[in-house]
Design a protein. Structure first.
Length: 496
């Protein structure tokens, strides 16, 4: 092997650890918001359509409030997403300099989708009480499409990094003759895109439903909370079994197109047939595995429907071209946690479907709602684990088979990168703290509005006042403005 490769394997640049840590932190933070950005518009419009079709003021109220959450979430996502975009150029300039012309089209698509989504969210949010009901709903319909288009751009770029194609290399190793369509629609694009999109739908559904499950556990069992739980949870429950099929499809795609990543994910050391499946466990540098639960032959069966299926092992490629034992263990644990969470969510969906099929009502057990309340957090954790599997399993490549991470990293001093990391952490704590504070304030205000309306006897369910048509008149204060009629002037708040 060339001496340079040995040096890269034995002594990574000092910038590697801070650059990776910064990128991992910002990506892990941003992806918390992604499910709501991709899927909440669709869930909101489902509720909106239900409200219009049934003339249901409670459903329209929920849709209006969710649209406000959607706008706040989008604003926060703008900040975290922009930071990620800058980090590609700041932390990995060699990758962007060499390969940007090939896979940069994905980022361009995502940018256009972002601007279009911003305009549509503004129109949709502004349209409540200002536009005719049908017109307002129709103007909201493109929102889920633009959200999917943004995911299209990002997944096109990431899938290209996993299975790069659509270019030729000149004598200096630089890409030429770029074929845009091949660069976008790589072998991993389809499996990655649909697996990701469905993950966003079920994650957003479980997160939103979890809020109302907590309300149910606290005794708020009115129609507002029942409907707020039922619609998003049904969306999530419907897509959960679909995700199992898509997860199986992407695992087989990785087995065929990225066999070394598959070996890392399943901690397979030697190429062989009748390969066992390990649930958790730890891979050691000598190829031995400690801990975990061993299931004989299952890995070969899952990969090719037969125990005779040959699974390529990590030792089949040079050490410099594969994840090390620690990275393989991390990818393996992340994959097992993701699959484990998905299995539990599937059982929860079956529970929900069974009760609905037998009794045509929601489950009554508190344990169901406790599980539903935890499902949102668990599904976000599963999304995080999915990205860990994808990114760590690809190591040491940043562009699979063409450029290593060590070759792409910036030449900036490691101390500068650690300082930048610390600043980003402080800023993100402030951003997410502000996001949480805004959401809690909105929740409190909405609850107080509902309580006042209930005490005044103006509604049987929260806000029967329709969100369309003329706004209700502002209640008069104790004294008329600008004067009382008795010659005395009012104070600034209109009171004597």
């Amino acid at each position: 092997m060339h001496t340079t490769l040995h040096l890269l394997a034995e002594a990574p640049p000092p910038q590697m650890l801070p650059a990776r840590s910064l990128m991992a932190f910002t990506l892990a933070s941003h992806i918390i918001l992604v499910p709501m950005g991709v899927a909440l518009p669709l869930i909101t419009l489902i509720m909106h359509g239900h409200g219009l079709r049934r003339g249901d003021a409670t459903a329209l109220l929920l849709a209006r409030r969710w649209s406000a959450v959607m706008a706040v979430q989008f604003a926060i996502g703008v900040v975290t997403g922009t930071v990620l975009s800058f980090e590609f150029g700041l932390l990995w300039p060699n990758m962007m300099g060499r390969w940007g012309d090939v896979f940069g089209i994905g980022f361009g698509v995502e940018a256009w989708a972002f601007f279009l989504e911003a305009v549509l969210i503004a129109i949709y949010l502004y349209g409540w009480r200002r536009l005719p009901a049908r017109t307002h709903f129709l103007l909201g319909l493109p929102l889920p499409v633009t959200a999917l288009l943004g995911a299209f751009g990002i997944l096109a770029a990431n899938s290209w990094m996993n299975t790069p194609q659509g270019f030729s290399l000149d004598s200096a190793g630089n890409p030429v003759d770029v074929n845009v369509w091949k660069a976008i629609f790589t072998p991993m694009f389809g499996p990655q895109y649909w697996h990701f999109v469905v993950a966003m739908l079920l994650t957003a559904g479980y997160v939103v439903a979890g809020v109302y499950a907590v309300g149910w556990l606290r005794g708020r069992r009115d129609r507002y909370h029942r409907l707020g739980f039922t619609v998003p949870f049904t969306v999530a429950a419907v897509f959960t079994p679909v995700q199992f099929m898509l997860g199986d499809a992407i695992a087989r795609a990785v087995f065929r197109k990225q066999p070394v990543k598959f070996a890392a994910t399943e901690i397979v050391w030697k190429t062989d047939t009748h390969v066992p499946e390990y649930l958790f466990g730890r891979l050691h540098p000598d190829g031995t595995i400690s801990g975990g639960i061993k299931i004989p032959q299952l890995d070969s069966i899952l990969a090719g429907f037969s125990p005779n299926t040959e699974v390529r092992g990590l030792s089949s490629v040079p050490e410099a071209d594969r994840p090390n034992a620690t990275q393989a263990t991390i990818a393996h644990w992340a994959f097992d946690i993701m699959v484990g969470i998905g299995s539990v969510l599937a059982l929860l969906a079956v529970w929900y479907a069974f009760v609905w099929w037998r009794r045509r009502r929601l489950p009554a057990s508190p344990w169901f709602y406790r599980s539903a309340a935890c499902a949102g957090v668990a599904s976000v954790l599963a999304v995080e684990c999915g990205w860990i599997t994808t990114e760590v399993g690809r190591q040491p490549w940043i562009v699979y088979g063409n450029m290593r991470v060590a070759e792409a990293v910036t030449g900036a001093r490691s101390t500068s990168l650690w300082t930048m990391f610390a600043l980003v952490v402080v800023v993100y704590v402030f951003i997410f703290g502000s996001f949480l504070a805004v959401l809690l304030k909105m929740r409190t205000r909405w609850r107080l509005d509902d309580e006042r309306s209930a005490e005044a006897g103006t509604m049987a369910t929260p806000e029967t006042d329709t969100p369309y048509g003329p706004r209700p008149a502002v209640p008069a204060l104790d004294a008329p403005a600008p004067g009382r009629g008795d010659g005395t002037a009012p104070t600034e708040d209109g009171r004597p």
